[in-house]
Design a protein around this ligand. Sequence first.
Ligand code: KG4
Ligand code: ZN
Length: 351
Amino acid sequence: MSPDQPLVLGIETSCDETGIGIVRGTTLLADAVASSVDEHARFGGVVPEVASRAHLEAMVPTIHRACADAGIALRDVDAVAVTAGPGLAGALLVGVAAAKALALALELPIYGVNHLAAHVAVDQLQHGPLPEPTVALLVSGGHSSLLLVRDVTCDVTPLGATIDDAAGEAFDKVARVLGLPFPGGPYIDRSAADGEVVIDFPRGLSSTRDLQRHRFDFSFSGLKTAVARWVEAREATGEPVPVADVAASFQEAVVDVLTRKALDACAESGVEHLVVGGGVAANSRLREMAQERCDSAGVELRVPRPALCTDNGAMVAALGAELVSRGRVPGLLDLPADSSMPVTDVTAGVR
Ligand code: KG4
Ligand code: ZN
């Protein structure tokens, strides 16, 4: 680790995780996360006002924890990076306000960054410099996107996205139908391990006709409804619902579509690298099938460890450090929090 490399503090508050990461160059020094997920569990989804309040309460203690973990003082930091969007408006505002306060008080450059590009950049902390171009598959509770990344600091092209539910949202909703706790992804993953793929659930936007208009888009709402109808029909017979088999069959349908479209995107773009990120990247079957299909297509697969896949501050710091290293212009102190920030904008508030 060279002391010449920029020391960057990253702040993430786009959803329900208050993340503070500290990175020097591509070396991770601290990744402190305070999650409000338990406060949302009884609602079955993230409640924006509850998330914003939790960010406010967690911000200062989490910054202190990250600095202590990294063994640095705030005055050592060279730049501040913060998620400017996309995400929940009120939640983003808390992070952006905190970043501006730090930048102003410590006289530091500030980078307002795109959450999706940060999910891609984080891989550098584990696997070294990002190969470019790369295709990225980002799957979480809030987003499901396929991106072509030519330069993670300034050239990100959307290839496709979900047209209804995000992949993680589908996991969460199906878990609810099966009586599993929130957030449902990990519970479906575990339950599926005891089941078998015996039900042929639909693969969204995969018919020849759909592929003409939605080659790299996803749809999980029809699948979710198909699972609910199947469970209702089984309950009507009075027989027990085979939860593990339904979980395995549902998971297989999601993972099949995600990995097939991701590999098709690599083939069509002539790209030999695939990065997978977002909370759903923790899914064991997704990792397995992605590896199998990448191996047979000659594509190098990179999936960061689960703690780096879910929302965290390290990903924001990683992208911030890359922006500093590549000499990108920082944002102005009035940079906005933009809940619907387009994926093509890697940074915000640069004039
Ligand atoms: O990236 P993340 O922490 O937060 C955002 O939504 O941005 O992702 C959380 C999502 C939830 O929907 C959760 O159910 C899903 O990731 N998830 C999983 C697994 N672990 C987390 N989905 C499937 N399998 C898993 N093992
Ligand atoms: Zn995310």
